[in-house]
Each structure stands twice: as structure tokens, then as C-alpha cells.
Design a protein around this ligand. Structure first.
Ligand code: UDP
Ligand code: XDX
Length: 324
């Protein structure tokens, strides 16, 4: 895609959440049902606020959302209880379709959500939000409810306290955007390609291969553009968003997952692991689910340099529709 085509996509497909009133969206919602899905691992501190405020505003006061579903992704804290108290339906990721096995990861939780939700429109929101607003949900639904040709809507936002308000996070700026520039320029108009707040039609989501980890967002964009064309993607400005931050070395794992998913889509599967895997899925679904790599990082210890190896899971789930 040339720079001018990317600019044309941006012009035609960039929205602001305030373009639609709730009343307009409620009218446009006729015939649709909406599921809000919140993948959560150890988010007891924030998930109650996310679920509770959305429930009050968009379920109790105005029925824009038909169900709020938290997918508890192997939490060891009180995430499930807090989310249920706040009014969500809670499923443990590993308990959904146990015949399909279970692996850790955000993408896994999102993929599993497709088996326990009813909505033909699905909105994803992260559970670790610290500065956010309930208008995120109607904002993300705006293009889906008013533009039949749009199948996936990505949020974008300002990040308070960062070097520039529209800068992405560390993996966004150092991995996702450069990779998009090199290999997927058709996606260069997306301001926050990794945003955890996005929405899509179930009919699309059920057709997508989903990486089980953090590559689920970039993979969904690439595959949607491939399947339906980039014109099926829109983005919506949501205002200010802040979340809790992972340590840099943990983001190394996220970056590895992103690069692997992009490489796989180019036809370059991850190299075979060079160390014994320390994780095995409960049940091997197919070869893709087993991909992994050892990421070697380094830390000082008692005056010496100590390598720290972590196994990064690179597996992908097949289109949900193929196993329904
Ligand atoms: O194995 C995982 C890892 C993350 N998450 C959820 O995915 C969202 C974004 O992940 P995280 O907060 O780790 O990423 P960050 O925003 O810190 O980069 C949050 O709701 C997490 O609880 C999940 O459900 N399972
Ligand atoms: O953009 C990124 O590099 C990462 C990490 O962001 P920070 O550097 O911690 O602000 O955040 C992305 O991934 C998160 C997990 O899926 C999402 O919650 C963020 O919206 C997304 O920007």
C-alpha cells in the first residue's frame, strides 16, 4: 500500500467515540447482541472497577451490552471472585472446552471466549486499566453498528505521562510499528495496533487463527486485512487510557511472540526449540499449538553475569469455527 493509500484509509476509517450518541447506537443495535469480553490474569486490583462501571452504565442504565464475560486466565489471586462480585459472568479459561486442552496466555483466553459468549458483536477490554472510561465500549461499537462493511474496530488513545500523547507502548513503538512498516504497510494507518480495546464481528473472529499469547492483536489485524481487505478495519479515538506496565524483560517475551506471529504469516515458522520444553499443553491439538522458543536474557548476580532463560510460547489456535 502506498503512503497515499494509507493516508486515504486513515481519512476514511478513523473515528472519534463522540461521533455517536448512546441513543443512536441503541437504535442501530436492533437485531444485534453484544458481548464484552475481559481476559484477566491476576487483575484483582482493577477488574472490579472495569466490570462494575461498565455494568452500571451499559447494562443496568442502558442495555447496550448483553453480557459481560471475564475469562480468568490462570489467576492465582481473587480475580474471579472480584469480577463475579462486580457483575460479570466468569469462566476459567482452562475449564472452557476442556477437550481442546489449555495453554496459558491472553490470546488463549480470548479464543476460548468464543465458545462461551453469545453476541454477534464482541468487544474486548483489558482488565488492567487504571485510567479509562465506559465510553470505550460504545465508541468501539460505533463503526460496527453503523458501517456494515466494517468487521474489526481498533481503539486508539492518548497515554498520559508518556513522551508524546499518541506514542504507543514499548513493544508498539519498537517492534509492532517497524514490523508493520516493513511487512504490512497496509496497516500503517493504525495508531495503536496493539490496543487491548477492540471489537469485531463474531463471524470474523471465528475464522481467525489466534496466537495464544500477546500476538493475538497483531495477528488479527494482519489476517483480517488478508481475508477482507484493510477497508474492513476501522479505528476509534477513545480519549485517555492508562494501564499497568509489565517489566521490560517480560515485554521481551511479548515482542518475541509478535515477531513469531508475523514471521509465521510470512511463511517462516519459529525455529525448533534448542532446549527441553518446560511446558506441554494438556492435550496436543495440532502442531501449531506447540510452537515455542527459548528467550535468553541476562542479569547480574554476585558480580557475575547470569543468563536467565524463559520459554516463550508461540502456539496458535485454529479458527474457532473449525472446532465448534
Ligand atoms: O496470560 C495472560 C496474560 C494477560 N492477560 C490479560 O491480558 C490483558 C493485557 O495483559 P497485560 O496487562 O499483561 O499486558 P500489558 O498491558 O501490561 O502490556 C490484561 O487484562 C491481562 O490480565 C491474560 O488474560 N492472560
Ligand atoms: O504497546 C505496548 O508496547 C504494550 C506495553 O505497553 P507499555 O510499554 O507497558 O505502556 O501494550 C500493548 O499490549 C497490551 C497487552 O495486550 C495492551 O494492553 C496495550 O493496549 C497495548 O498497547
Amino acid at each position: 500500500m502506498s503512503a497515499s493509500r494509507a493516508a486515504a484509509w486513515f481519512e476514511a476509517n478513523t473515528h472519534e467515540w463522540s461521533e455517536w450518541t448512546l441513543a443512536q447506537l441503541m437504535e442501530a443495535k436492533a437485531g444485534h447482541s453484544v458481548s464484552l469480553v475481559v481476559p484477566a490474569r491476576n487483575e484483582a486490583g482493577t477488574v472490579g472497577d472495569v466490570v462494575g462501571r461498565v455494568r452500571e452504565t451499559l447494562v443496568d442504565t442502558v442495555a447496550l451490552i448483553d453480557e459481560i464475560v471475564v475469562i480468568d486466565s490462570d489467576s492465582t489471586d481473587a480475580t474471579a471472585a472480584v469480577a463475579a462480585d462486580a457483575g460479570a459472568v466468569v469462566h476459567r479459561s482452562r475449564d472452557i472446552r476442556p477437550d481442546l486442552g489449555s495453554v496459558p496466555g491472553k490470546g488463549e483466553a480470548m479464543w476460548k471466549s468464543l465458545f462461551v459468549t453469545q453476541g454477534d458483536l464482541i468487544v474486548f477490554m483489558d482488565a488492567d486499566l487504571t485510567d479509562w472510561d465506559t465510553h470505550f465500549v460504545p465508541g468501539l461499537l460505533g463503526p460496527l453498528l453503523t458501517r456494515p462493511e466494517v468487521a474489526l474496530v481498533k481503539g486508539y488513545y492518548e497515554r498520559p505521562g508518556q513522551s508524546g500523547p499518541l506514542d504507543g507502548g514499548r513493544v508498539t513503538e519498537l517492534v509492532a510499528r517497524p514490523t508493520i512498516a516493513l511487512e504490512h504497510p497496509e496497516l500503517a494507518g493504525l495508531i495503536q495496533p496493539l490496543a487491548g480495546e477492540w471489537a469485531a464481528r463474531r463471524s470474523l473472529l471465528e475464522q481467525l487463527h489466534m496466537p495464544t499469547g500477546y500476538a493475538v492483536e497483531i495477528a488479527s489485524l494482519i489476517d483480517t486485512a488478508d481475508l477482507l481487505g484493510v477497508e474492513a478495519i476501522a479505528q476509534v479515538g477513545l480519549g485517555v487510557r492508562a494501564h499497568s506496565h509489565q517489566p521490560l524483560l517480560d515485554l521481551g517475551a511479548m515482542a518475541t511472540q509478535l515477531l513469531a506471529a508475523v514471521g509465521r504469516r510470512r511463511g517462516t515458522p519459529p525455529a525448533a526449540p534448542d532446549a527441553a520444553p518446560d511446558h506441554q499443553p494438556d492435550r496436543q491439538l495440532d502442531q501449531e499449538l506447540d510452537g515455542q522458543v527459548v528467550l535468553r536474557q541476562y542479569r547480574p548476580r554476585e558480580g557475575r553475569i547470569e543468563p536467565a532463560e524463559r520459554v516463550v510460547l508461540l502456539g496458535e489456535r485454529p479458527p474457532a469455527r473449525s472446532v465448534m
